[in-house]
Write a protein that binds this ligand. Structure first.
Ligand code: CDP
Length: 225
């Protein structure tokens, strides 16, 4: 088993930014599980399947192969051998990912791959259910959150910087909707693990959050579970 760090939390909490920086500092491989759900969403959209057609989703999952690779430190997602990383951040893909992530067969399809990656290397893995379901034995679990207002503002600034026209209120509404869907679904809902360290980043800088997690990593490596 590698040294495993789980980071869970709601949309826009900054998990991927933080996880990438901690990975670089602590020599861990960053595994973005949201990108895997997004990868399956690209595949389902290509097949013309909607998130409500659960039988078709399950059948499609039985046919698909997913692999994760790295270009430098940037995670690449391969679906049936094709690198679809460039499409992952599309709005329609994010929506489909969030909807189909509630379907048990879809979650099942990714579980094995996620566990295999954590077994063979030292990882920091981010998602919604890493500390509770995927890696319940993780050496360190973090639940990273922030207020809806803060998360919406961060997304808004990120999109504006990319030159994407957007509305702060619409982003906040979308975040509330995702929070609701992620935390109320029956399978693997978003939930803080009992042994996770809670970090509310509303009033913390990226550097401050990274410093806290990196120091927890070093502590755990000295005195493993
Ligand atoms: O960018 P955002 O935080 O909205 O999402 P993401 O981390 O890229 O993940 C896309 C979607 O997949 C999320 O909206 C979640 O509903 C779902 N997801 C999940 O259910 N479990 C995970 N371990 C990771 C993502």
């Amino acid at each position: 088993m590698g040294f495993n760090v789980a980071i869970d939390g709601p949309a826009g909490a900054g998990k991927s930014t933080i996880a990438k920086l901690v990975a670089a500092e602590e020599g861990l491989v960053y595994v973005d599980t949201g990108a895997m759900y997004r990868g399956l969403a690209v595949y389902f959209l290509g097949l013309g399947i909607s998130a409500e057609e659960t039988d078709r989703l399950a059948a499609a999952c039985r046919e698909v192969t997913m692999e994760i690779g790295y270009a430098g430190s940037v995670q690449q997602v391969y679906v049936n051998g094709e690198n679809i990383t460039g499409r992952l951040r599309e709005e329609s893909v994010g929506n489909m990912a969030s909807r189909c992530a509630a379907v048990p067969a879809v979650r099942e399809c990714l579980l094995d791959l996620q566990r295999r990656l954590a077994k063979t290397q030292n990882v920091i893995m981010d998602g919604r259910d890493i500390g509770t379901c995927v890696l319940p034995q993780a050496d360190l679990k973090i639940f990273l959150t922030a207020s809806v207002e803060t998360r919406a503002r961060r997304r808004y600034l990120e999109l504006k910087e990319k030159g994407v026209a957007c509305d702060l209120e619409e982003i906040a509404a979308d975040i509330r909707e995702r929070d609701e869907r992620d935390s109320t679904r029956k399978t693997a809902p978003l939930k803080q693990a009992a042994d996770a360290v809670l970090i509310d980043s509303s009033d913390l800088s990226i550097e401050e959050v990274v410093a806290v997690i990196a120091s927890l990593c070093r502590e755990k490596r000295k005195t493993p579970n």
